[in-house]
Design a protein around this ligand. Structure first.
Ligand code: C2O
Ligand code: CU
Length: 455
């Protein structure tokens, strides 16, 4: 195959008949309990909560500049909402109970989400109410906003990474929000699935080029993926294009809620398998799956250069005049908790205060002037990792531990290592009350959350 054929093939692959939302009519997304095989035929199906009957929920695909119109129908026994993580949308569509909307009531409530999609990239959706259990039981899905001109690839794949705590019968262990999880690293499970299943291998053909969109939908697990025999390029982080680069130590690190778009060139040998290892937690490395080469001969073509995605049109913060704030994350079992805690079950603090999950209603931590640039210094004074997420905006990561960050990538969720800090910068251009919280869901539910007001 020559280069022209390759590009034609890639273009065809990019326009495969995905469920593009029709104009006008709302797509229905139904939350309900369901059963699904998570670990394979050796175990019974697991009772899950799912959108449209499957974990992950349907892959929502739109074109950049398109409009999302989704009616969520709640057939669960509990109230819910849907948050479209990472999308710069109007506040009333942000899916935060009590803060931006009333909960969608159990057993029949409905809510219409409708907004434009300004930025191309890889996003996801999930509830924002009772998050540890609702996300932990399987309510989430991928949301892809396609570039006007997508890079030429043979396949555009999504891996939604879920982490489950299952017992021997593959039943979800019902200890959401346990003291132990909430006050330490969060609910880290014992079973990781890719797109809701436990595949042994990804079959590839030698010479293939893949775009692999990784989404960490896990409550607390952080991934550090090493693709043995391969050297993937990162082309986007949290949806937004980044200078194409090979990650440090050839390891793709993804905190909860983070995404990475990779270009994976399959330069391995026919009939061979190469493991993908998750080695984030040093003594708990495991093989996620294999990349298995078919016996088909390698594509006879040169590997084209790594594509560069067109940037989204994001407002550039003006650092010279930016307002500055310092935000300290505290708590956890090895940190100094303020004594005399009045409310039980609050382990974490933002600037010294814990906020409980039940209301989401509270005085803002910060009030920002609409249109102004801000630099926030995020300080993690705890012995734990915290992926910190800001709603309604994306920010540049300027520095880590006082050292400039050469990538200066745009993100909506920044992973703070234990006892570390990072500076982020953005233009507060989206009016409303926005959540600012740790995406380890048990941390969010036990104090590590705040509201940032843009007015
Ligand atoms: Cu992914 Cu506040 O959410
Ligand atoms: Cu946290």
């Amino acid at each position: 195959m020559n280069r022209r054929q390759f590009l034609a093939l890639a273009a065809a692959a990019a326009t495969l008949p995905h469920a593009h939302a029709q104009n006008g009519r709302a797509r229905v997304l139904r939350a309900a309990s369901a059963r699904q095989s998570l670990v394979g035929p050796s175990h019974p199906d697991s009772a899950v909560w799912a959108y449209d009957g499957k974990v992950p929920g349907p892959e929502l695909r739109y074109r950049q500049g398109g409009r999302l119109r989704i009616e969520v129908q709640n057939a669960l026994e509990v109230d819910t909402t849907v948050h479209f993580h990472g999308i710069r949308l109007p506040n009333a569509m942000d899916g935060v109970p009590h803060l931006t909307q009333a909960p969608i009531t159990a057993k029949g409530g409905r809510f219409l989400y409708e907004f434009d999609l300004p930025d191309a990239g890889t996003y996801w959706y999930h509830p924002h109410l009772g998050s540890p259990a609702q996300v932990g039981r399987g309510l989430y899905g991928a949301l892809v906003v396609e570039e006007t001109v997508a890079p030429a690839v043979d396949r555009d794949l999504i891996w939604v990474l879920s982490d489950w705590r299952l017992n021997r019968e593959a039943r979800i262990v019902d200890d959401f929000g346990s003291f132990m999880d909430a006050s330490h690293a969060g609910r880290i499970g014992n079973t990781v699935t890719i797109n809701g299943a436990n595949p042994d291998a990804l079959e590839v053909r030698a010479g293939e080029r893949m775009r692999l969109r990784l989404i960490n939908a896990s409550n607390a697990r952080i991934y550090g993926l090493r693709f043995d025999g391969h050297a993937p390029w990162v082309i986007a982080l949290d949806g937004h294009p980044v200078e194409p680069h090979q990650p440090a130590n050839n390891r793709v690190v993804l905190g909860p809620a983070q995404r990475a778009d990779l270009i994976l060139d399959c330069g391995g040998t026919q009939d061979r398998s190469y493991p993908v290892i998750d080695e984030f937690y040093a003594r708990r490395a495991y093989r996620l799956l294999d990349i298995r080469y078919s016996s088909a001969p390698a594509y006879a073509r040169a590997t084209p250069p790594v594509p560069r995605l067109a940037p989204n049109r994001l407002p550039e913060p003006d650092l010279a005049v930016a307002g500055r704030h310092r935000i300290v994350f505290g708590g956890g079992m090895m940190g100094a908790m303020p004594s005399q805690r009045e409310h039980k079950g609050l382990f974490w603090t933002v600037n010294g205060k814990p906020v409980h999950d039940d209301g989401h209603r509270h005085a803002p931590l910060l009030t920002l002037v609409r249109g102004r640039s801000y630099v926030l210094e995020l300080v993690n004074e705890t012995s734990w990792h915290h992926p910190i997420h800001l709603h309604g905006h994306v920010f540049r990561v300027l520095s880590r531990d006082g050292k400039p960050n050469p990538l200066r990538e745009w993100r909506d969720t920044v992973l703070l290592d234990p006892d570390s800090r990072a500076e982020i910068a953005f233009v507060a251009d989206n009016p409303g009350d926005w959540m600012f919280h740790c995406h380890v869901l048990e941390h969010q539910a036990t104090g590590m959350m705040a509201v940032v007001r843009v007015a």
